[in-house]
Design a protein around this ligand. Structure first.
Ligand code: ABU
Length: 500
């Protein structure tokens, strides 16, 4: 009974150990209840409420902050309610995001990380985690295909920041004076990325003072792969405009189509023009773990930097993203400022393990441990099988869509990654000829079905328009809990919710 117990009664208060244990055990019960419900197909993926409803408070669940402390009884209710009104991203029918699933070992890793509550800037305060990060980065670099004497990296907060790092180090590599003299000392720089690439390239160019308009968007083929000749002509166009090309982003697993750019062709072009080649493998990097699928990333080893998010395809709890840089020492040189209160050079150990000055952050969360623990628990082979299963699910969905007459694939080719893109065609649109009238009506179908789906809470899948394609569904598989029956359910549910 925690109805008259407060946080002040827990450790470090003397005599608070039993109460602390009881409270945490109760919390584990709540979490365990949630985990077990998330794995039941009969449970909802979400219990949707509009923002104003949650803001106003629901059934005693209030988001407002009190002046007086709440009892631990109430704190436990708050925890339960927080999960109740959230989205169950571990549910086998959650297809909405590239990151999904709930890995129990990963969860244990996250708990341990929070319990240790330390900072990744120095070996002094994170001796074990710093070495684990080092081991993981080396392993990932060797899986990318770099030799033992190449490679550096750091874990950072998400794929966008990893991509930002790639542009930062590329610019520093070609123009080290930027660090002290700023962009005014540099010519106008041009970056290149494909139509289907992630928006983080433009965002990073804006953040880094290079301007999003100086990112040249290279055309893709119908599968969403960058066309090498188009890259060549974009480079020529930039030069004609007086810009200096320096950086190309290629993508391994585009966000919507899951396409893989032709890395060897792009690497040849980068070599010819002395450009930095980055591969954004935030989504596709996981396929490197699979003997069956890693050939799709052929040529990635020629990249100067790589983004790889284990929190996507490898199912590591958010967040876990790495930027890998082929050239040793560049990250450190680019970002170090040597704050003397933190990075003293006369410490009693090898201070090259004080890796924090490679980062643009000061304080840095321990993102490496949960990945390290999962790797121990599954082995590289376990990750490989997990990824194979997700791609088998994608093929199953693709086969089902080909069989059904009420759905249409956005492109005919077999999926390369676990993305499958499709339209649902309601009965009222089935006889309509292709054209603006059909497009305009079809554009409304996915958003309406999604709205109904969220109200019902039975399943979650994303949609978007892309180029000249009106709103379509994108299904992605990264959750090992998903089975073929969930895919059948998804299609039947879309057809049911959209039948009018
Ligand atoms: N940063 C890409 C994540 C997008 C998605 O989950 O759909």
């Amino acid at each position: 009974d925690f109805s008259s117990i407060y946080s002040k009664d827990l450790l470090p208060t003397s005599g608070g150990e039993a109460m602390t244990r009881g409270f945490l055990q109760e919390l584990v019960n709540i979490l365990m209840g949630y985990i077990s419900k998330s794995n039941q197909r009969s449970s909802k993926v979400l219990d949707f409420h509009h923002p104003h409803q949650l803001m106003e408070g629901l059934e005693g669940f209030s988001l407002s902050l009190p002046e007086q402390p709440e009892t631990l009884e109430q704190i436990l209710v708050d925890c339960r309610d927080t999960l109740k009104y959230g989205v169950s991203t571990g549910h086998p029918r959650f297809f909405n995001q590239l990151s999904s699933g709930l890995d129990v070992i990963g969860l244990a890793g996250e708990w341990l990380t929070s319990t240790a509550n330390t900072n990744m800037f120095t070996y002094e305060v994170s001796p074990v985690f710093i070495l684990m990060e080092d081991i993981l980065l080396r392993k990932m670099q060797s899986i990318v295909g770099w030799s033992d004497d190449e490679g550096d990296g750091i874990f950072c907060p998400g794929g966008t920041i990893s991509n930002l790092y790639s542009i930062l180090v590329a610019r520093f590599h070609f123009y080290p004076e930027v660090k002290t003299r700023g962009m005014g000392a540099l010519p106008r720089l041009a970056l290149f990325t494909s139509q289907h690439s992630h928006y983080s390239v433009k965002k990073s160019a804006a953040v880094l003072g290079m301007g999003s308009e100086n990112v040249f968007v290279v055309k893709c083929d119908e599968r969403g792969k960058m066309i090498p000749d188009e890259l060549e002509s974009s480079i020529a166009k930039a030069k004609n405009k007086g810009l200096v090309p320096f950086y190309v982003n290629a993508t391994a697993g585009t966000t919507v189509y899951g396409a893989f750019d032709p890395f060897n062709d792009i690497a040849d072009i980068c070599h010819r023009h002395t450009l930095w080649m980055h591969v954004d493998a935030a989504w596709g990097g996981g396929l490197l773990m699979s003997d069956r699928h890693r050939t799709k990333l052929q040529g990635i080893e020629r990249a100067s930097s790589v983004t790889w998010n284990p929190h996507k395809m490898m199912g590591v709890p958010l967040q876990c993203s790495a930027i890998l840089v082929k050239m040793k020492g560049l990250l450190q040189e680019c970002n170090e400022l040597g704050a003397e209160y933190l990075f003293q050079t006369d410490k009693p150990y090898d201070v090259s393990y004080d890796t924090g000055d490679k980062s643009i952050q000061c304080g840095r969360h321990v993102d490496a441990f949960k990945l390290w623990l999962m790797w121990k628990a599954k082995g590289s082979e376990g990750f490989g099988s997990q990824i194979n299963k997700c791609l088998e699910n994608a093929e199953y969905l693709y086969d089902q869509l080909q069989r059904r007459t009420d759905f249409e694939l956005v492109f005919r080719h077999k999926p390369e990654h676990s993305n499958v893109c499709f339209w649902y065609i309601p009965p009222s649109l089935r006889g309509l000829p292709p054209g603006p009238e059909r497009d305009s009506r079809l554009n409304q179908v996915a958003p309406q079905i999604k709205g109904r789906m969220m109200e019902k809470g039975s399943v979650m899948i994303g949609y978007q328009p892309l180029g000249d394609k009106v709103n379509f569904f994108r299904c992605v598989f990264s959750n090992p809990a998903t089975q073929q029956e969930d895919i059948d359910f998804l299609l039947d549910e879309i057809a049911w919710l959209g039948h009018d």
